[in-house]
Write a protein that binds this ligand. Structure first.
Ligand SMILES: C[S@@+](CC[C@H](N)C(=O)[O-])C[C@H]1O[C@@H](n2cnc3c(N)ncnc32)[C@H](O)[C@@H]1O
Length: 273
């Protein structure tokens, strides 16, 4: 099983937070937990060794802790609180009761080491934007699925089929497990890169990844979206929005709108019919 480290960065101010978030998102971070006075970044051990030499960590106080795989379940169980997304959807762990509010879409997750619990701003925004998109009868591509949280929501919103990929083996294992505990039958999840994925004209693409991957995907993703289709992107820091938008507009996508939560943006695009 892959070994991970958590790096606790003690922050001096919000400028340092913004710079660090920006650098981490381009350095192969697995997930980021934002707290009031610090940021915890999770990396694979090998990825951290590479990132450490690339990141400018001068003047930043940080501590590296090896994440013990056997303790991971207990760790997330202790810290996982249910999330209510705009009174539309409720994300909880199996040991939480369902929301007392009626009518919310119920999603059960055991994230283990995968990213995607709706606690992060990017996932939260992707899910709240999904509320406004018609999924019934549609075919969806979940690019960088993590826990499969977006795929599960897509199926619960009526999608006819969801194809989910992630480069990480543990994410794919976890995605399959979460799809199963939610009773989802329309999600196919595979460990693949975009280049290894068969082209198909999906109606909707969901891609909450990071700046580097999104920039590289602007051109090839067009072969996975049908004319008139919708592309929802996140994993984009506020200051990177223009850069990402320019790359997608240059490939012929049309900007629909974007929303912001904290330092992060979620962008909706379409391709013309
Ligand atoms: C920020 S997480 C998003 C997870 C989930 N979709 C969500 O919205 O919460 C990004 C995921 O993309 C995966 N990923 C990163 N680079 C990738 C690539 N080149 N191809 C496929 N997946 C990738 C990571 O392993 C991670 O699980």
């Amino acid at each position: 099983m892959k070994q991970y480290v958590s790096i606790i960065f003690k922050l001096k101010d919000e400028i340092q937070r913004a710079v660090l978030n920006y650098n981490l998102s381009n350095a192969g971070v697995e997930s980021i937990e934002e707290r009031e006075d610090d940021v915890i970044a999770y990396f694979g051990v090998e990825e951290w060794e590479e990132a450490k030499s690339e990141l400018d960590l001068d003047g930043i106080d940080y501590e590296v802790v090896l994440v013990k795989n056997e303790n991971w379940n207990a760790k997330w169980e202790a810290s996982f609180e249910p999330v209510n997304i705009n009174d539309f959807c409720y994300v909880r762990a199996p040991f939480h009761p369902e929301s007392e509010k009626a009518g919310l879409i119920d999603i059960i997750l055991e994230p283990k080491m995968a990213f995607g619990t709706a606690h992060h701003e990017t996932t939260y925004m992707m899910m709240s934007e999904m509320k406004e998109i018609k999924f019934e009868g549609e075919y969806v591509f979940d690019y960088g699925c993590g826990t499969a949280i977006l795929s599960i929501l897509a199926e619960k919103l009526g999608a006819s089929g969801i194809y989910a990929i992630d480069i990480e083996e543990n994410a794919v294992e976890n995605a399959k497990y979460n799809a199963e505990i939610n009773g989802c039958e329309k999600i196919t999840c595979e460990q693949k890169t975009l280049e290894e994925t068969d082209e198909f004209a999906y109606d909707i693409i969901l891609a909450n990844i990071n700046r580097g991957v999104l920039l590289n995907s602007a051109k090839p993703l067009k072969n996975y979206l049908k004319p008139g289709g919708v592309l929802l992107l996140s994993g984009i820091l506020r200051e990177d929005e223009d850069l990402v938008l320019d790359a997608y507009k240059a490939e012929g996508y049309t900007f629909v709108h974007s929303i912001q939560k904290g330092e992060w943006k979620c962008v909706k695009l379409s391709v013309s019919i």
